[in-house]
Design a protein around this ligand. Structure first.
Ligand SMILES: Nc1ncnc2c1ncn2[C@@H]1O[C@H](COP(=O)(O)OP(=O)(O)OP(=O)(O)O)[C@@H](O)[C@H]1O
Ligand SMILES: [Mg+2]
Length: 439
């Protein structure tokens, strides 16, 4: 690494774990120089429910990272979960002048600031922005307008927002732990930066983050996150099912799951078993591996039944990029075959291949930095504008001296296409009894 190297820090506040990563980047090389993880006790279903606890847990993750070597860190990139995410398609137009002139980053900033200002609502915060296309004068299909000559600049983009309280609690926890927020990145956008190729992001791919409290189902196409839906179930529910059915503590159930759990019930030879202590620590109970696998399988069936319905309703089943799954709840042996069977479609499991993060619990935190490092100039300008607005807390605060062409559709609510699909209540009645049994 040369003198120009810089350390980038990412934080993923998950339901089960807080992960923190430090990556040293210089020119075209980069190195993971530290990774830390701590149990997350102040988060439920992806949402912070106890700020003080989360601050303590972030500090514990930082201490874990610093065990090997002290890494100075201040500014951090923070992951944003998809639960309660809304995706809107917005359009805006900026008049540049009566004579053609070169389009600059400042023009794009002004355009985006105006769009954000017009569409800001009281109870939601914008957390991401992605351009689908630019139109310079009457020429559409432009991906990068910088340097082009024109008299007007229009954008068709996707804006991502979450409830203000969820966002503000994330920012508060990060600040409370002593960090400054450098930028925020949606978790699936971070994952896509490492798990999907450019062609997969363009042509269409399903990306599933199988976490602890959430299973997030995302569709990328035309380079953007087009659909995102969240099932509020994951590895935590698997553990809690094991705890309830075997009548053991949650902690023992987690150990049993990691040590003996699998999704290979059909392939496990009869007679394979293990012994655990009962809740009162007196009796010893013998459990067959097959029985454990059936308990785990029931929850997976329930979760992926919902995933299937989301994919059907989003017409995302046959996208050329296929279905990629990552996140800690995809780590059980047999997950690939069993989930492929449940979805009736071959899936691929993504595990980061970088030294230090070869475990799918680190996919998001690793992707946060890779996304930040590889971002295009256009996307960087969009995100910087968003970050400027959120730091200043004045979404429409930036004054532009240029006129904004009010395109009618810029202000009309009817033109805002809410793309996120809320599939509440899609639980199949057939599986309902399993849910009731375990909850
Ligand atoms: N080797 C493993 N085998 C089985 N399950 C595992 C394994 N490793 C991690 N898990 C499970 O994965 C989950 C943690 O994964 P991850 O870190 O992706 O979730 P999270 O980011 O904390 O949660 P969320 O994204 O839902 O907020 C836990 O439920 C844990 O039990
Ligand atoms: Mg997660």
């Amino acid at each position: 690494m040369n003198n120009e190297s810089q350390v980038f820090v990412g934080i993923d506040i998950g339901t089960a774990f807080i992960k923190i990563i430090a990556i040293q980047a210089a020119n075209n090389s980069m190195n993971v120089v530290g990774v830390g993880v701590a149990e997350s006790k102040g988060v439920n279903k992806g949402m912070i429910v106890d700020i003080d606890q989360t601050i303590t847990d972030i500090k514990a993750a930082q201490a874990d990272l610093n065990k090997k070597s002290q890494i100075p860190m201040d500014q951090v990139t923070v992951g944003i979960p998809t639960g309660h995410l809304t995706i809107e398609e917005l359009k805006g137009s900026l008049k540049l002048g009566d004579n053609p002139r070169e389009i600059t980053e400042e023009d794009l900033r002004n355009l985006v600031t105006q769009i954000l200002g017009k569409h800001q609502v009281l109870d939601r915060d914008f957390v991401g922005f992605s351009s689908e296309e630019f139109i310079v004068d009457n020429f559409d299909g432009i991906h990068d307008p910088f340097g082009m000559m024109g008299m007007s600049l229009s954008i068709k983009c996707l804006a991502y927002s979450i409830p203000k309280t969820i966002f503000q609690n994330i920012i508060k926890a990060i600040k409370g732990a002593g960090f400054t927020v450098r930028n925020v990145v949606l978790n699936p956008v971070a994952i896509a930066a490492v798990a999907l190729s450019g062609a997969q992001r363009e042509m269409g791919t399903v990306l599933i983050d199988a976490g602890s409290g959430e299973t997030s189902v995302n569709v990328f196409q035309n380079g953007c996150l087009q659909v995102s839906d969240t099932i509020f179930e994951g590895g935590k529910n698997v553990t809690s099912d094991i705890s309830k059915v075997l009548q053991i503590s949650n902690q023992d159930a987690e150990t049993v799951k990691i040590d003996y759990g699998s999704l290979r019930s059909q392939d496990i030879p009869a007679g394979e078993s293990f012994v655990i202590k009962s809740l009162d620590r007196v009796k010893e109970i013998e459990i067959s591996d097959q029985y454990l696998s059936e308990i785990i399988g029931a929850r997976f069936e329930q979760i992926f039944d919902k995933v299937k319905q989301i994919l059907v309703s989003s017409s995302a089943f046959n996208l050329p990029g296929g279905i990629i799954i990552t996140g800690g709840n995809s780590a059980l042996p047999g997950t690939k075959d069993q989930v492929s069977k449940l979805l009736e479609k071959q899936i691929t499991i993504y595990v980061p291949d970088q030294i230090g993060v070869r475990n799918q619990i680190y996919t998001v935190v690793y992707g946060l930095i890779i996304h930040t490092l590889h971002i295009s100039k256009v996307q960087k300008t969009l995100e910087e504008t968003l970050n400027f607005n959120f730091h200043e807390a004045t979404p429409s605060g930036r004054q532009t001296e240029q006129a904004i062409e009010s395109e009618g559709d810029l202000t009309s609510e009817a033109e805002i296409k809410v793309k996120s699909k809320k599939n509440k209540g899609i639980m199949s009645s057939l599986k309902k009894w399993i849910y009731n049994l375990f909850e």
